[in-house]
Design a protein around this ligand. Structure first.
Ligand code: TPP
Length: 472
């Protein structure tokens, strides 16, 4: 009975049910801005042991919650008020979905009995949420809140991760229900690990072994699946040249001798076989098409999402599965049929020459002393000052692009930037999330945010949030 009308037994409010349900799903962090009707949800969340971070704009709060998802594999929550609060968070939902990062957004909405009447901050949130989320759901009663939260968390992390929106009618927040009538559910199981078909793995290994100019492209899907150890083994075992996409930098350290990032265009343009590990052939990789790629390039596509396979280029082999597990399958295949790409090949010679040329050019630029300083000179000084093991948050146009080439990453999941959606304004939210996670797990780790002034301007007021939560 969802009424609180004197029913017997212990009563629980909607706010408490939401908080307890999030706790039961091992959610640790909630970012947001409180107000009608969700203030009590934030209070209940804190009482349940979630860490609540009050931000200055819902957009930055939503970026922060999504970065928690990428960094920890467990979604952060963004809590927003109805109407404008919800609308500000849409950018964060879209950005998370584009990056394939798990996220939960909880939005309060108008009371049910005021719908369509012009209620305070009334907005069609469920309808709007559908376009930006993997799952948009409004619980039909208080009793089903734990099941709805479990489904949202599970959906956000199973298969290709993404954003899920839960709409909470305002009158649900303080409504009470008997605990005995609530459908409590346990924490969802960890995401199932999928493996590629053995025949596809053998086919891929055979294509790689017959390649003349191979290239391994590592995407942030590989970082998300914690595939770093196995990918590094594959690179070493097979002697493959590799190229990380921007946020995959550090999955294999940038200073590994097989990293060909400094010869990116040449590597893409002339490779005859490309192994695509958790990266998409979207604008970042020029769609895998000429003139940036060979017409006849053979692409071995490895992805967790079946619908991604075949996008823009028909793959020579499709390996559907978890990136770490499929990499392990490839390693097993190559241990049965050892193969190593010769480091004396013409291809390696060409790539190394290009790397040397490009590095010399950027050395020349970074040593310039003219004023105002150019980007390369600035980054040389920054590089000398920052620790090797730190999280770098980067955004801007030149600041981000040149920073990517000038600042090496040595560890996975330590670069956060404008990402697949090219969003300016993500930086401070990402930095706050990274610092909260680092504070709890690796307190010695520093988070360094390097931004262009325009990018900074989008959410500069979050500096105040940083002072409140991280410098006190
Ligand atoms: C949300 C959003 N609005 C606008 C843009 C368009 N945009 C791309 S780069 C950029 C600003 C780059 O300037 P700045 O941050 O100062 O970096 P710089 O190029 O000076 O290094 C803008 C506004 C965007 N990518 N995202």
């Amino acid at each position: 009975m969802a009424s609180g009308s004197g029913a017997e037994g212990e009563a629980v409010s909607g706010a408490h049910l939401i908080a307890e349900s999030l706790k039961a799903q091992n959610i640790e962090y909630m970012f947001g801005i409180v107000g009608i009707p969700i203030t009590e949800i934030a209070i209940a969340a804190q009482a349940s042991g979630l860490k609540y971070i009050g931000m200055r704009n819902e957009q930055a709060a939503c970026y922060a919650a999504s970065a928690v998802g990428y960094l920890t594999g467990r979604p952060g929550v963004c809590l927003v008020v109805s109407g404008p609060g919800f609308l500000h968070a849409l950018g964060g939902m879209a950005n998370a979905n584009m990056n394939c990062w798990p996220l939960i957004v909880i939005g309060g909405s108008s009371d049910r009995n005021q719908e369509t009447m012009g209620a305070f901050q009334e907005f069609p949130q469920v309808e709007a949420g559908r376009l930006y989320n993997k799952l948009t759901v409004r619980p039909s009663s208080l009793e089903v809140i734990p099941a709805v939260v479990e489904k949202a968390v599970r959906t956000s992390i199973y298969g290709r991760p993404g954003s899920c929106y839960i709409d909470i009618p305002g009158d649900f927040v303080n409504l009470q229900v008997n605990k005995s009538s609530v459908k409590y559910v346990e924490c969802c199981l960890p995401p199932p690990i999928s493996m590629a078909k053995q025949s596809a793995v053998s086919e891929a290994a055979s294509i790689i072994a017959h390649s003349k100019q191979p290239l391994l492209i590592i995407g942030k899907g590989a970082a998300y699946s914690h595939a770093e150890n196995n990918i590094r083994k594959l690179v070493d075992l097979c002697g493959l040249p590799f190229l990380p996409t921007p946020m995959a930098k550090g999955v294999v350290p940038d200073n590994h001798p097989n990293c060909v990032a400094a010869a990116r265009s040449t590597a893409l343009q002339y490779a005859d076989v490309i192994i695509l590990l958790g990266a998409r052939l979207n604008w970042i990789l020029h769609f895998g098409l000429p003139p940036r790629f060979r017409q006849e390039v053979k692409v071995i596509q490895i992805d967790i999402c079946a619908e991604e396979l075949g996008n823009n280029v028909r793959p020579a082999a499709s390996l559907l599965g978890d990136i770490n597990t499929v990499t392990k399958q490839l390693l097993e295949e190559f241990s049965k049929r050892p193969w190593k790409y010769p480091s004396s090949s013409q291809w390696w010679k060409r790539l190394r020459e290009k790397i040397m040329n490009n590095e010399e050019k950027s050395k020349g630029l970074e040593l310039q002393k003219s004023l105002p300083m150019n980007y390369y000179t600035v980054f040389r000084h920054i590089r000398e000052l920052i620790p090797r093991d730190c999280i770098l948050v980067s955004e801007g146009a030149n600041t981000m692009d040149i920073g990517r080439t000038m600042l090496p990453n040595y560890h996975p999941r330590q670069r956060l930037d404008a990402g697949t959606f090219g969003t300016m304004g993500v930086g401070l939210g990402f930095a706050i999330a990274a610092a909260m996670v680092a504070k709890d797990r690796t307190p010695e780790k520093r988070v360094i945010c390097i931004e262009g002034d325009s990018a900074f301007g989008f959410s500069g007021m979050e500096l105040e949030t940083i002072c409140r939560y991280l410098f006190l």
